[in-house]
Design a protein around this ligand. Structure first.
Ligand SMILES: NC(=O)c1ccc[n+]([C@@H]2O[C@H](COP(=O)([O-])OP(=O)(O)OC[C@H]3O[C@@H](n4cnc5c(N)ncnc54)[C@H](OP(=O)(O)O)[C@@H]3O)[C@@H](O)[C@H]2O)c1
Length: 247
């Protein structure tokens, strides 16, 4: 489904990003897999995926907390791809759970820096290239936490609500350039991120979902693949829930 497409995926080392990277490789994409810092196991893992699916996987390291680092890394990706990134998956993110009264302004800024500001910076830089090429697809990772307003999610949920809103507005700004922008909003998915959640909060989400279970990274990756591919060519500006029937 993605043969010949150049794709950049953030947060590719673990969870949903890792599953997306494998599915994209399986579907013939050339990938720039991004992680926060050098990791030997990640290097090995990407090498294996690239051999298994006979496609190129380039690795890029940058910390989303450091704007200059992000800029330099994205510039390098743009140059390595001969100025053609067709698909951008803004997947990296951090969790944060606390009532507002327990949320320091430093924490709030940091969650937004990673989950929103840096992703907007990457989107700005990559979409300029897409605009020149008159083609592109962007898929952002929002969350049901950014749509439903549960207690304890002021920082994380607001950052994901910002992602959802930006998805809608940017999709309208870029449509004339044949660039589609959509978001996925997962419910509870079994990844490193949810290991830090309290058991009671996870149970609540599982019981609230009509399918009565957590989702897998692969299930989310399948939706991301669909949105990144031409199979979804008439879908734009949408925030699509994948939550086992929570909403
Ligand atoms: N799991 C869920 O239930 C759920 C639900 C809704 C939405 N989401 C969203 O889905 C996305 C993927 O999360 P996941 O569940 O797959 O969790 P995960 O396994 O913890 O993955 C998060 C990824 O984000 C990257 N990351 C975090 N901080 C970073 C930083 N400062 N700089 C660069 N990269 C950074 C990490 O990269 P490194 O490993 O290289 O540090 C990691 O690979 C996130 O945006 C998350 O908010 C998840």
């Amino acid at each position: 489904m993605l043969t010949g497409k150049n794709c950049m995926i953030t947060g590719a080392r673990t969870g949903i990003g890792r599953a997306t990277t494998e599915l994209f490789a399986k579907n013939g994409a050339v990938i720039w897999a991004c992680a926060s810092k050098y990791n030997e196991e990640f290097e090995e893992d990407m090498k294996e995926l690239s051999q298994k699916y006979n496609t190129q996987i380039h690795i890029s390291y940058f910390d989303l907390r450091a704007e200059e680092e992000v800029k330099e890394a994205v510039k390098k990706i743009i140059s390595e791809s001969s100025k053609r990134i067709d698909i951008l998956i803004n997947n990296a993110g951090v969790p944060f759970g606390a009532f507002l009264q327990m949320t320091s302004m430093t924490a709030l800024h940091q969650v937004f820096q990673i989950n929103f500001f840096s992703q907007m910076l990457i989107t700005q830089m990559i979409s300029k290239i897409m605009m020149k090429n008159k083609y592109g697809v962007i898929v952002n990772l929002s969350s049901v936490a950014g749509l439903d307003g549960e207690p304890g999610y002021t920082a994380y949920g607001s950052s994901k609500a910002a992602v959802a809103f930006a998805t809608k507005t940017i999709s309208r700004e870029l449509a004339d350039y044949h660039i589609r922008v959509n978001a996925v909003a997962p419910g509870l998915i079994q990844t490193n991120m949810t290991t830090v959640m309290e058991e009671s909060a996870k149970e609540k989400m599982i019981h609230g979902a009509s399918l009565k279970r957590a989702g897998t990274s692969k299930e989310v990756a399948e939706l991301i693949l669909f949105l990144a591919s031409e199979e979804s060519s008439f879908i734009n500006g949408q925030v699509i829930r994948i939550d086992g029937g929570l909403g």
